[in-house]
Ligand binder design. Structure first.
Ligand code: T5A
Length: 216
């Protein structure tokens, strides 16, 4: 007798600029999934696999110049490994995947921030066969300067955090355009509110998925 195929898991991503609270709210979403008895994998980009973590180190901390195109290809290479080795297998086993940043980040940072163009970013991923789309994206949004101020207390900025305001403003607008184009997938959350209010909005955004999802 053949084994029953598990219901495919749900794919949730957290997006937004530096300091908006992705890491803080990822921990909160994990606690909600735990409370609901849902088996999940928590992960991040760039990274999520041994090779991806090496790429993360390279792309965020490499000295000298790196071309914008190389930066895009490194982000995409990390993602290809991540989808093949972690995300897709987990979803197929019925686990949920909670990911700190995904393709929207490349569209915002490399497509708009670096001005490589959204189409080029999408094309690179299509060429590499990355077609998976999140079921829910929580876009934490707040004015750029306020987010950067939160990060300032944390010490030495990485290579991308050293960019100027114009870079982050372009990335923010690209994120908001993504949300406008896909309201069924992307929920924008005002990250400038108190943490309690942000968590409450995060929980409300997650509710519909929790109700339709299969607790494993
Ligand atoms: N990148 C990534 C690309 O360019 N292209 C890509 O395709 C991908 C995938 C990754 C870098 O790589 C770039 C983007 C990034 O530059 P990262 O570590 O994932 O780096 O991203 P960061 O944004 O740098 O992540 P951080 O952990 O640094 O920021 P978070 O997670 O948004 O913020 P968090 O949760 O650490 O909070 C920051 C501070 O604010 C406080 C927290 O306690 C913390 O001190 N805080 C609040 N304070 C008041 N009120 C609230 N509501 C608060 N929420 C959090």
């Amino acid at each position: 007798m053949s084994e029953a195929v598990p219901m495919r898991g749900k794919f949730i991503t957290l997006e937004g600029l530096e300091g908006v609270g992705k890491t803080t709210n990822r921990a909160y979403v994990e606690s909600l999934l735990d409370a609901a008895g849902i088996a999940f994998v928590g992960t991040r980009e760039p990274g999520g696999t041994p090779l991806g973590e090496s790429i993360r180190n390279l792309v965020l901390h490499a000295g000298g110049n790196m071309s914008d195109e190389t930066e895009l290809l490194l982000m995409a290479a990390s993602r290809v490994e991540h989808v093949a080795q972690v995300i897709e297998p987990a979803l197929q086993r019925g686990k949920w995947v909670l990911c700190d940043r995904f393709l929207d980040a490349s569209i915002a940072y490399q497509g708009a921030g670096r001005q490589l163009g959204v189409d080029r970013v999408v094309q690179v991923h299509e060429l590499m066969g990355v077609s998976i789309e999140p079921d829910l994206t929580l876009l934490l949004d707040m004015p750029v300067e306020a987010g950067l101020a939160r990060m300032a207390a944390r010490g030495k900025p990485d290579r991308i955090e050293q960019e100027g305001l114009g870079f982050f403003e372009r990335a923010r607008q690209a994120y908001l355009l993504r949300a406008e184009a896909s309201p069924h997938r992307v929920t924008v959350i005002d990250a400038a509110q108190t943490l309690e209010q942000v968590k409450s909005d995060v929980e409300a955004a997650l509710q519909p998925l929790l109700m339709t999802g299969d607790a494993n």
